[in-house]
Ligand binder design. Structure first.
Ligand code: TA6
Length: 294
């Protein structure tokens, strides 16, 4: 069955056997399998059976909109929202399958401001419509977010794909394509640095926002012999890239396994260092393409 739907989620299976699972809560992708393997990390402690809007899903690809981090300016438009905004805490609508052929399987999910929980909506009462488009092929997963301003005034927003990759061993992971880019380091009180090494490795808590990344393609190398199962990540119309691993701080996150930091890394394309300004009645589009080297 290429499409299976229940109250909580949609499962899509492409003719090649690749598959994706999307929860209506947050339109969060919780699983992407291709080449017979799970490619995304999902914490075994994530409370998928208690999605009442208070707890986020820990893993997969949470969608971050309209705010990334807690705004430092009290006057910012999104200042009263939780650090990852509202879309992640809202229940999206299934909009159906768009394309289903041997090449690709594409499905859509929708969210309007009317679906945002009241306590969050009142803190950012803008009129908007989001469309999240998920495209699956034999070796790629493409995510596109469309944001439409349905109000009469412009608004500003952040957007980010908070992608958790599943990795066999964090000590062997390297990320190529972020050298010579200034980043602000949340672990070091947002001090700014630049790496000259051509790849990043992770051996401690890492929480960096790489700003204005001109390259749109990165290689996430899992350190496997022969380079099999590496990912290429392509960002589409997004300026920044966040790299996160909580390291042993994961032990203080209630629904995140104590040792699971060894098996995940987040590489997250987004526009978060400034607000994207959207005029009334206009649409913005951004996205990412994850490709596995099978
Ligand atoms: O995207 C990076 C980040 O904002 C980190 O600063 C850290 O707060 C993390 O996300 C939390 O992610 P979670 O999925 O646990 O909400």
């Amino acid at each position: 069955m290429p499409i299976q739907i229940n109250e909580e989620k949609v499962s899509l299976t492409h003719s090649s056997g690749s598959s994706v699972e999307v929860y209506f809560f947050g339109a969060t992708i919780t699983s992407w399998k291709c080449g017979g393997k799970e490619r995304l990390f999902l914490s075994k402690d994530s409370k998928l059976d208690e999605l009442d809007g208070t707890k986020e899903i820990h893993g997969g690809i949470p969608l971050i909109f309209p705010q990334f981090a807690k705004a430092s300016e009290p006057s910012a438009e999104t200042a009263n929202l939780p650090q990852h905004g509202t879309a992640r805490y809202s229940t999206w609508k299934w909009l159906g399958v768009d394309v289903d052929n041997d090449e690709e399987l594409t499905a859509k999910f929708g969210l309007t401001d009317a679906q945002v929980p009241e306590n969050l909506h009142k803190e950012w009462p803008k009129k908007f419509e989001l469309i999240f488009i998920v495209t699956l092929t034999a070796d790629t997963l493409k995510n596109t977010l469309e944001v439409r301003n349905k109000g009469t005034e412009p608004f500003g927003f952040n957007a980010l794909f908070h992608t958790y990759y599943s990795v066999p061993d964090i000590s062997k992971v390297s990320i190529k394509g972020l050298n010579d880019i200034t980043y602000s380091d949340k672990v070091k009180n947002f001090a700014r640095f630049k790496d000259v090494k051509d790849s990043i490795t992770i051996d401690q808590e890492t929480d960096r926002i790489y700003e204005n990344v001109p390259r749109d393609e990165f290689l996430i190398d899992l350190g496997q012999p022969g380079g099999v199962d590496n990912f290429t990540l392509k960002k589409l119309n997004l300026k920044d890239t966040v790299v996160w691993n909580p390291w042993i701080k994961a032990r203080s996150i209630s629904d995140f396994g104590d040792e699971e930091y060894k098996n995940m890394v987040c590489v997250e394309p987004g526009t978060v260092t400034e607000y994207i300004k959207l005029e009334a009645d206009k649409t913005w589009k951004g996205g990412q393409i994850l490709k596995v080297q099978l």
